[in-house]
Design a protein around this ligand. Structure first.
Ligand code: NAD
Length: 359
């Protein structure tokens, strides 16, 4: 059976890493019916949009997309294609695994974390009031009247919005992920000691949902303490579930623990659709040079295989990637001891090496 998958090459170095990833995915033996759709700089120049509606229509039809990075145009008033995709398709869970592999240069060697970030609310909900506007003045007056805090009108306000439904949904997602992937523990991360109502609600929902999963251990950590713990003893942690902002920050921290962007995969999951993409951006300065590391996108492809139920193929691909990293021969510049190492290979040669191992 061939899986219908929307394939979005993106722009910058996106098309090169997408092609390399498509080749290794096909070499796993799983069949794909790729629905290829351009988005990004190419469609911006041709059609005036970085995300044509047909891309969203295709994901609505296939349910699954593998996506290369898309450059966000600066100063043209355009919203990021990535944020639009997540919002429009209600991709509420952002999964970012951070796993150590022998051969990756890092200070840490036993990291195996799954960061699950709520993708739709918190300080990212877009509820903001600009300094000096009538709405801001009205809000300050309201707060003066209804709380014990006296605010300065010469300020700006962003609202932290945390709901029961979204908190329950993301924590349940984290526990379901833990069960499905044989993980042992879920840690909820918050700052409920200070933000008693918003983070307090997130924590309360996490504690309630945790009772539905007695087979998985549960604990919570205050976010500042969590940062210190991750730097000191990351091996103690397993699945972390976080509201949007803490999730954003801790997922980059965790990518740093394992050796960088070239190997950091990601997935955006909703009730109906799923979009898999590397954590890194389009690295436009290297576009067309057959230079950047395709492994973050290949690992994202492995996450997609798991999502499709192709666990054996996912494990085979991850093992081939791990062996290629460990050997250290057919890897790109970012995985070499020095970035100008002459023995570094290009994007497509990494794909060739991984395919040889899959064969
Ligand atoms: P970036 O991740 O594209 O690149 C930063 C640096 O990291 C690069 O210059 C390169 O040195 C290194 N790097 C990144 N990917 C690599 C890889 N696969 N192999 C080896 N080295 C790699 O970040 P940026 O320069 O801040 O962003 C460029 C554009 O990408 C921006 O327009 C940004 O908005 C966009 N972006 C898109 C996504 C997405 O599509 N999901 C995510 C992040 C950034």
């Amino acid at each position: 059976m061939a899986y219908a998958v929307t394939l979005i090459p993106g722009d910058g170095t996106g098309p090169e890493i997408t092609e390399a990833t498509r080749r290794v995915l096909e070499a796993t033996g799983v069949g794909f019916d790729w629905h290829v759709h351009e988005a990004g700089q190419v469609t911006l120049e041709r059609e005036g949009t970085i995300l044509p509606p047909r891309v969203l229509d295709s994901i609505r039809a296939t349910g699954v997309a593998l996506k290369g990075p898309i450059t966000t145009p600066i100063g043209r008033g355009l919203r990021s294609a990535n944020v639009t995709l997540r919002k429009t398709l209600d991709l509420y869970a952002n999964i970012r695994p951070a796993k150590s592999f022998p051969g990756l240069r890092s200070r840490y060697h036993n990291v195996d974390l799954i960061i699950i970030r709520e993708n739709t609310e918190d300080l990212y909900a877009g509820i903001e009031f600009q300094r000096g506007t009538p709405d801001m003045d009205e809000l300050v007056a309201w707060i003066d009247e209804h709380s014990h805090v006296k605010l300065d009108r010469d300020a700006a306000i962003s609202i932290k919005y945390i709901s029961v439904a979204a908190s329950r949904r993301i924590v349940r997602f984290a526990f379901d992920y833990a069960v499905a992937n044989k993980r042992r523990k879920v840690t909820a991360v918050h700052k409920a000691n200070i933000m008693r109502y918003s983070d307090g609600l997130f924590l309360q929902m996490a504690q309630e949902v945790a009772r539905e999963y007695p087979q998985i251990a549960f604990e919570d950590r205050i976010v500042d303490n969590m940062c210190m713990q991750l730097v000191q003893k990351p091996e103690l942690y397993d699945v972390l579930v976080l509201p949007n902002l803490y999730g954003d920050i801790l997922s980059d921290l965790s990518a740093g623990l394992i050796g960088g962007l070239g190997v950091a995969p990601g997935a955006n999951i909703g009730e109906r659709y799923a979009v898999f993409e590397p954590v890194h951006g389009s690295a436009p300065k290297y576009a067309g040079q057959n230079k950047v590391n395709p492994m973050a996108m290949m690992f994202s492809g492995a996450l997609m295989l798991r999502h499709l139920g192709e666990r054996a193929a996912a494990e085979k691909l991850e093992a081939a990637l791990a062996a290629t990293i460990a050997e250290g021969k057919f890897v790109t510049y970012d995985l070499k001891p020095s970035p100008d190492d002459k023995s570094a290979v290009g994007t497509s040669q990494v794909a060739d090496a991984v395919i040889t191992r899959l064969g």
